[in-house]
Design a protein around this ligand. Structure first.
Ligand SMILES: Nc1ncnc2c1ncn2[C@@H]1O[C@H](COP(=O)(O)OP(=O)(O)O)[C@@H](O)[C@H]1O
Ligand SMILES: N[C@@H](CCC(=O)OP(=O)(O)O)C(=O)O
Length: 369
C-alpha cells in the first residue's frame, strides 16, 4: 500500500504574531481548518511553528527584541507555552492531538539522536498526531543554533522525507528583489532550488520579528531538495493557499529539486557518513534486500565486524565479499553480534530490550545496483 504523503508546513513569526501584536488565533484557526482538510486527503502533517520569542515579548510587555541571548531565551520559554496552547486549541476543535517537539542542531547532526527523532516523528504521524516543531531556544548556544526556522523545517523535511515543504510567510513568495524595498519587484513562480540566480534575489530578514528573511528560505529549499522535497514559499495571510495546494495548484513560488527522492537520499546517505562496520549477510538476506525491498533483520546476518554505535553507517556484504548495501544501524556492534542469526522475536530476550526489530531499516538503507 502506498504511504500517505508527508508535508512539512512552516509558519514564520511575522505572520503568526500579526507583526508582533500577539498570536493571531483567528488566522491560526483558519489555517488549521484547512490543514485538517489536507490530512483528510491522505497527507500527514508536521507543523514547524516560529513565534515563541515574539509571543514571549508580547506576554512580557517588551516592545523591542532584546539583544541579550538569555533574555531571548527567557522570552522563548514564556512564549512557547502560549504557542503550543494555541495550536493545541485549534486542532482540538477537530479532535486532533498535537505534540510539542523541540529540536536543536545537535539532535539532527548526531546520528543516534537523528534516528530517535525520526522514529518519534514517524510514530506520531502513525498515530495521526500533528507534531508542532520549534527550535529548543532555551538550551541552544549561539554557535549551534539554527536561528531561523526555515533551516529547521528543511531538516525536518529531510528527516521524514517529506514530499513537500510549505513555507508560509508575509509575502506572496520569492520576488526578484525585496518587495519592501522595491514595490515593483516581480514574483518568481517556479525555479530550480539549485539555481544560483535565486540566491542573489533573496535579502535578509525584513520584518524585525523573524530572523531568516528570504535568503534562509531559499537555502532551506536547497536543503529540502536533498530528500527530493518540493518547496513552496507562499503567503500565509490567506489560508486559501493551503486549499490551493491541496487541490494541486501552485500558489506563490515553487522551488523544484533536481533529483528524484531516491537519488537524493542515496546522495545524502552516501555523502555524509563514514562506514564504521561491516555486516555479513546470508544468501537469503541478500536476495530479500535486492529483490523484495526488505529491511535487514538480524536473522539474516551471519557475522559482524568493526566497532560502531547505534545510528552509525555500516556496509552490508554477501558471504562472497560483494557490497550489497549500506545504511544506518539500529544496534551498536556488541549488541549486533549478540543478536545476529536470531529471530526478531528473540531480540528482547537476548538483550533485555528492543529498539527496533530490524538491524537496518529499509528507509535508512541504500542498496547498490
Ligand atoms: N526577494 C525577496 N522576495 C520576498 N521577500 C523578501 C525578498 N528579500 C527579502 N525579503 C524579505 O523577507 C521577509 C520575510 O522573512 P521573515 O521576516 O524572516 O519572515 P518569516 O517570519 O515568515 O520567516 C519579507 O517580509 C521581505 O521583506
Ligand atoms: N525559534 C524562534 C524562531 C526563530 C525565527 O524567528 O524564525 P522565523 O520567524 O521563521 O524567521 C521562535 O520561536 O521565536
Amino acid at each position: 500500500m502506498a504511504r500517505r504523503a508527508r508535508w512539512v508546513v512552516k509558519i514564520g513569526s511575522a505572520l503568526l504574531t500579526n507583526d508582533g501584536k500577539g498570536l493571531d488565533r483567528q488566522l491560526m484557526q483558519q489555517w488549521v481548518d484547512r490543514l485538517v482538510r489536507l490530512m483528510d486527503q491522505e497527507v500527514d502533517l508536521v507543523v514547524v511553528s516560529s513565534g515563541a520569542v515574539a509571543e514571549g515579548m508580547t506576554r512580557l510587555g517588551w516592545q523591542r527584541r532584546p539583544e541579550s541571548i538569555h533574555e531571548l531565551q527567557a522570552a522563548a520559554a514564556v512564549g512557547q507555552m502560549g504557542l503550543v496552547r494555541a495550536w493545541e486549541a485549534c486542532f482540538r476543535r477537530h479532535d486532533r492531538h498535537t505534540a510539542q517537539v523541540l529540536l536543536t542542531h545537535d539532535d539532527l547532526s548526531d546520528r543516534k539522536r537523528y534516528l530517535n527523532a525520526r522514529a518519534t516523528l514517524l510514530t506520531l504521524l502513525g498515530l495521526s498526531v500533528v507534531p508542532v516543531v520549534n527550535e529548543n531556544d532555551t538550551v541552544v548556544t549561539d554557535e549551534f543554533r539554527f536561528g531561523d526556522n526555515d533551516t529547521l523545517a528543511a531538516l525536518v523535511a529531510n528527516l521524514v522525507e517529506a514530499e513537500r515543504l510549505v513555507i508560509l510567510t508575509d509575502q506572496e513568495g520569492l520576488y526578484d528583489a525585496d518587495p519592501r524595498q522595491k514595490p515593483d519587484a516581480k514574483l518568481i513562480r517556479e525555479a530550480r532550488a539549485s539555481d544560483p540566480a535565486i540566491v542573489g534575489m533573496a535579502g535578509g530578514g525584513g520584518s524585525g520579528l523573524g530572523r531568516g528573511g528570504m535568503a534562509t528560505k531559499v537555502r532551506a529549499a536547497r536543503l529540502a531538495a536533498r530528500s527530493g522535497t518540493i518547496t513552496t514559499i507562499a503567503s500565509g495571510r490567506s489560508p486559501d493557499v493551503i486549499e490551493a495546494l491541496g487541490a494541486g495548484q501552485a500558489p506563490g513560488t515553487t522551488l523544484m529539486p533536481d533529483t528524484s527522492p531516491l537519488n537524493a537520499r542515496k546522495q545524502w546517505l552516501a555523502g555524509h557518513l563514514r562506514m564504521r562496520g561491516r555486516l555479513i549477510l546470508d544468501d537469503g538476506a541478500v536476495r530479500r534486500l535486492r529483490q523484495a525491498g526488505s529491511s535487514l533483520l538480524p536473522v539474516g546476518v551471519v557475522d559482524v565486524f568493526g566497532q560502531f554505535s547505534r545510528g552509525e553507517m555500516v556496509v552490508c556484504e554477501s558471504e562472497q565479499g560483494e557490497r550489497v548495501a549500506c545504511g544506518l544501524v539500529n544496534y551498536d556492534a556488541a549488541d549486533a553480534r549478540r543478536i545476529c542469526r536470531k529471530k526478531s522475536s528473540e531480540i528482547a530476550g537476548v538483550l533485555g530490550y528492543m529498539n527496533e526489530e530490524e538491524l537496518v531499516h529499509r528507509d535508512n538503507m541504500v542498496v547498490f545496483g
